[in-house]
Design a protein around this ligand. Structure first.
Ligand SMILES: [Ca+2]
Ligand SMILES: [Ca+2]
Ligand SMILES: [Ca+2]
Ligand SMILES: [Ca+2]
Length: 253
């Protein structure tokens, strides 16, 4: 075999091995000076049909959901997730592609056990203030169930539906589900006024506290894992549901 052909063969083998070891979706997650993870969303409006076949999604990079917040690290067949972000004046858009080997939704709507069913959890802090959001609207932990219902805690420590804050359409193909979600961004005052509160009009350059996670249960009495999109450096990595300071920072481009 000519020497050039041998060199080409070795180069091909090396590149194949190198590319195989790269994460499937090496997302552009960067850290700012305070060590906070930063994301950006591209401008555009997808058709909310559960399919990622929109121009705006083609222009957006996949980001990983691979940080274990609760439970043991799941195998690839048990759970895998990735997502994209976009925005327009009315909504933040999330396209999430979730692999889950067993979909579970057994607890009744409105039950405090909502997080023990499979659900996508979207964390929003409109003014990126950080801080406690357990029993207030300083920030939200929207739990979106497989039927699209949305729940979080309210200031009187009961559970409240926020179905008008997040509209979800999804497509399920066996173990793979694509979630396409429009999230309205409410500030603290607007969220507290259930009759008159209106969501924010979004503008380029706005910063929002943001995180995303999937709670996976495959038939256990309680959820088995929670895997998020940001690294939480703490002994208790499962903190985002009460502490907005651990959220990442999302820029609307
Ligand atoms: Ca779509
Ligand atoms: Ca699973
Ligand atoms: Ca806030
Ligand atoms: Ca599951």
């Amino acid at each position: 075999m000519p020497r050039n052909a041998i060199n080409l063969l070795f180069l091909t083998i090396f590149l194949a091995a190198f590319c195989k070891n790269q994460p499937k979706d090496a997302g552009k997650v960067t850290l700012n000076a305070e060590g906070k993870q930063e994301f950006s969303a591209v401008y555009g409006t997808p058709v909310l049909d559960g399919s990622g076949a929109d121009d705006v999604w083609a222009a957006s990079d996949w980001l990983p959901i691979d940080q274990v917040w609760f439970g043991p690290r799941p195998s690839a067949g048990d759970f895998e997730g990735r997502y994209k972000l976009a925005w327009d004046e009315n909504n933040l858009y999330i396209l999430a592609e979730i692999t889950d080997d067993s979909l579970q939704e057994i607890h009744p709507e409105g039950s405090e056990r909502y997080r023990d069913d499979d659900c996508l959890e979207i964390f929003i802090d409109e003014d990126a203030s950080g801080g406690d959001h357990h029993y207030n609207y300083n920030a939200f932990a929207y739990h979106i169930a497989l039927d699209g219902t949305v729940m979080d805690m309210s200031p009187d420590s009961t559970y409240r539906f926020f179905n008008d804050h997040c509209l979800t359409r999804m497509i399920n193909r066996g173990h793979e589900t694509t979630w396409e979600i429009a999230v309205r961004i409410y500030d603290e005052a607007a969220a507290g006024d259930q009759e008159e509160g209106v969501p924010k009009l979004l503008k380029s350059g706005k910063k929002i506290g943001f995180a995303l996670a999937y709670n996976d249960n495959d038939g256990s009495p309680e959820r088995e894992n929670c895997v998020g999109n940001i690294a939480v450096s703490s002994n208790n990595q499962n903190r985002a549901w009460t502490d907005a300071s651990v959220f990442g920072l999302l820029y609307l481009r």
